[in-house]
Design a protein around this ligand. Sequence first.
Ligand code: APR
Length: 240
Amino acid sequence: MKFKRIVIEKIKSAKKGFALTGAGISAPSGIPTFRGENGFWKDKDPRELASLEGFEKNPERVWDWYNERRSIIRKTKPNPAHYALTEMEDSFEQFAIITQNIDNLHEEAGSRNVIELHGNIFRNKCSECGKLFNDIEQLEIPRCDECGGLIRPDVVWFGEALPKEVLQRAIQWSELSDICIVIGTSAMVQPASSLPLFARENGAFVLEINKNKTVISSYANETILGQAETILPELSKIGI
Ligand code: APR
C-alpha cells in the first residue's frame, strides 16, 4: 500500500502521538458499530439503553442489553488494526491510545497506554455508592454488597460527564502530540470528537482513517479512506 510522502514523513518524524479510536476499529472483530448500516442505534434508542434516565426507568432492560453486548464481545478478539497500534506504540517515543470503545480489545491486543474515554464494559459500579466491581456474569441485575444499590456497567452514558481525570489526560495528549491518528469514528460524540481539533490547533498532523468521510475529514491534514484492518498494519511498518 502506498502512502503520501507527507504521511510517511510525519509518521517518521513524530515523537509523541496518539490514536483516537471508535467502533470502526472493532467492527472487523465482529462488534457492531453504532451508526453504521447494522449499527446499534439503527433499531434501538440510546436514551433507553445508554442513559441514566433509561437505567432508572428500566434497570433490568439496560442490564440485559449490556449482558447481550458482553456476550458478543467475549466471543471476539483483537484484529490486525488493534495489533498494528501496539506496534506503533513502540515506534514513537510516547504514544497513547484514546478510545471511545468499551470492549477492552486494545488492552487485549497488548496496548499499554490506553485511555478509555467511555469506560469499560467488563467493569461495573454501584449506581448508588460508586463502588467498583469487576466483570459480573449474571442474568438478573446484581446489587451492591456495601449499600444494596443496583449495579450498572462502569461506562459513560449519554448525558453523563466523562471522569474528569480521564478527560484531562486526553486533552493533555491532544495538546502535546505531533501527530493524531483518528481511526473508525463518525466523530458525532463530544468531547471525544474535539480531541483531533485540539491536536490540530496545537500544531499536530491529523491523519484520519475511515471507510467514509466524516466531519473530521473537513480539517484533517490527510484522510485515508478504507478499512482500518488493512491500512493500519501497512502504516505501522513506516515507523519501524
Ligand atoms: N475501518 C475503518 N472505519 C470503519 C470500519 C473499518 N473497518 N468500519 C466502520 N468504520 C467507521 C464508519 O465509517 C464510522 O465512521 O467507523 C465509524 C463508526 O461510527 P459510530 O458507529 O458512530 O461509532 P463511534 O464513532 O465510535 O461512536 C462514538 O457514540 O454511541 C456512542 O458511546 C458510543 O463510543 C460511542 C460513540
